[in-house]
Design a protein around this ligand. Structure first.
Ligand code: F6P
Length: 566
């Protein structure tokens, strides 16, 4: 079975720019796809076809892959199905996927599929600055934002690096000035999606490194309650508003920014109105639009950075104010270390590669339509929300990059809550529900707080849940029995620092790249979200006019009821 040749795959990546430029198309065309489908018959598969498919008989079930048997038979399983990312003299991340439904043959086939789909060539194309986001004709270069030196990039990209570096230095200098300015006590980030989730998640994750003299607020929702709540707690003279929007046209952000500006102008009988320009800073590809709104300072971003990949750019300004320029650069350095690992490590040793392939296997072959994220780290509370955009906006696609409809499932639903909270809420379903639902644990070895007991209890619970999912519990009463054989992955970080957080985020970014490339889709556009925006802009004026002509009956009725009760 082991006919996968990494050398051949790497050679193909190095020699063929045709592979690079041509989107690969549906993966199900590859011979490996059929072999993986056959292999999936050995594993428990979620049956989700309409009309239902008979569940396997107990005899059939007994013949299927079982984690307990796999571990009993194979003492080397964990060693073979774990990977550690070592950087210099320290390890930064460890991934154990031995407690998941996979074996060596499947892994080999997945690597062959990745090779056939040109994943490595595509990765090289991304790092060479090719326009792999071909539907929008854009390069995909979030990795450039964390490149520390000009010489680290290919010559044609060096002018872009210099431009980026100048902006990076400028916004980090600005962040330092804000940090030093005691008159600014509150930072309000107005932005949504990628212009919110990254900095919000990271500020929380790195709270122990945060500036103690400043409070950070995030307003994303156009629901006025979000802004109202924040404005009630801040004072205009002591607040810096960061308006982050790649396009500077996003309805939620522009509405919130306009209301915040009006509030600022009107506050204290307009006493501070002429200082608005200093209290609002823009982050956008359209700096002229920010200036046109009266913002004196605006930091550019570029169309080669996708919103959900933009925390490394000036979109991370609030984070830079929180942790300071030096630590922000450590955050970039941690991500850069993962970039180098992704580029340099052989496919079999690459963490993003293993995890991305696992995602393909679980979604497309085992019918695992969802993945529960269980960070056993309170600081990573917002990480599942961050991943929802990163993964689902990138790979929640049903057509290939060539435009053909795919005949397989792609991105799973990603959701979750920090452990141990999740245990006391939805873990019942993970242990007892009829569908197999993989869980991804993230645990941090060294805590920031001083209470060893808390940390031991936390880690014991993470380990215990992974064990319980796998081992189950026999009981003649089906209501008390836990079937076990439930898969999980376990990601371990030595500690949560700016550096390791950077590494962790980049690991997920590249994992999404790998699964998207294998699935043959464009992970970097998001046309699906446009339709709702268009419809909303058509509906908004109907609230004042009351005109419901041309609307479907349900929408017309709901709108009429809303108007009547508003
Ligand atoms: O509508 C989706 C989206 O375009 C995301 O991709 C993006 O992160 C978010 O909206 C916000 O966009 P912007 O930064 O342009 O305001």
């Amino acid at each position: 079975m082991n006919v996968f040749s990494p050398e051949r795959c790497e050679a193909q990546a190095a020699s063929s720019s045709a592979v690079v430029c041509t989107p690969p198309g549906a993966a199900s065309r590859q011979p490996e796809w059929r072999l993986l489908k056959e292999a999936a018959a050995r594993f428990p598969v979620n049956r989700v076809q309409p009309g239902g498919v008979p569940l396997p008989s107990s005899a059939e079930r007994a013949a299927l892959f079982d984690l307990r048997t796999a571990f009993a038979r194979d003492a080397g399983r964990t060693a073979r199905l774990s990977r550690t990312f070592v950087h210099g003299d320290r390890w930064l991340a460890h991934v154990d996927f031995s407690k998941t439904h996979i074996d060596d043959d499947v892994l080999t086939l997945l690597h062959r599929l990745a090779c056939a789909q040109g994943v490595e060539a595509r990765r090289q194309a991304m790092f060479a600055g090719e326009r792999i986001n071909h539907t929008e004709g854009r390069r995909v270069m979030h990795w450039l934002l964390r490149e520390p030196v000009e010489a680290g990039v290919a010559e044609p990209l060096q002018p872009l690096w210099r431009e980026m570096d100048a902006v990076r230095t400028a916004f980090l200098d600005y962040a330092e000035r804000v940090r030093d300015d005691a008159s600014i006590t509150d930072i309000v980030n107005i932005g949504i999606g990628g212009s919110d989730l990254g900095p919000r998640m990271a500020i929380e994750a790195l709270a122990p490194y945060g500036h103690t003299g400043k409070r950070f607020h995030f307003v994303s929702n156009v629901d006025g309650d979000a802004l109202h709540d924040v404005l009630a707690r801040v004072e205009p003279a002591h607040t810096l508003f960061i308006v982050a929007s790649k396009t500077f046209t996003t309805l939620e952000t522009m509405t919130n920014a306009a209301t915040a500006m009006a509030w600022f102008r009107a506050a204290e009988d307009g006493r501070h109105a002429d200082r608005l320009g200093e209290h609002f800073v823009g982050i956008t590809t359209r700096v002229e639009s920010a200036h046109a709104l009266g913002m004196r300072q605006a930091f550019p971003m570029w169309d080669w950075v996708g919103g959900r990949y933009s925390v490394w750019s000036a979109v991370g300004l609030s984070l830079a104010v929180a942790i300071g320029a030096t630590r922000f650069r450590e955050f970039l350095a941690g991500a850069h270390a993962m970039d180098r690992h992704f580029v340099e490590a052989p496919a079999q040793d690459s963490l993003p590669m293993q995890l991305g392939l696992l995602d393909v296997w679980r979604s497309s072959f085992l019918g695992h339509a969802s993945r529960c994220m269980a960070p056993y780290a309170q600081m990573l509370q917002r990480f599942p929300a961050y991943l929802q955009q990163l993964e689902m906006e990138s790979n929640g696609k049903r057509s290939s990059a060539c435009g053909e409809l795919l005949d397989y499932a792609t991105c799973p639903t990603v959701w979750g809550e920090p452990g141990t909270n999740g245990q006391h809420a939805f873990f019942e379903m993970l242990h007892q529900g009829p569908q197999v639902l993989p869980v991804e644990f993230i645990a941090v070895c060294r805590p920031q707080h001083p209470w060893a007991l808390h940390h031991e209890l936390l880690l014991a619970n993470a380990l215990a849940q992974a064990q319980a999912l796998m081992l189950g519990r026999d009981d003649p009463d089906p209501q008390r029995c836990c079937p076990g054989n439930r898969p999980s992955t376990f990601i371990l970080l030595p500690e949560l620092t700016p550096f390791t957080l950077g590494t962790l985020i980049a690991l997920y970014e590249h994992r999404v790249f790998v699964s998207g490339a294998v699935w043959g889709l464009n992970s970097f556009d998001q046309f699906g979200v446009e339709l709702g925006k268009q419809l909303a802009s058509g509906l908004a004026p109907r609230f004042s006019s009351g005109d419901v002509q041309g609307l479907d009956a349900s929408t017309a009725d709901l709108l009429t009821r809303m108007r009547a009760a508003m």
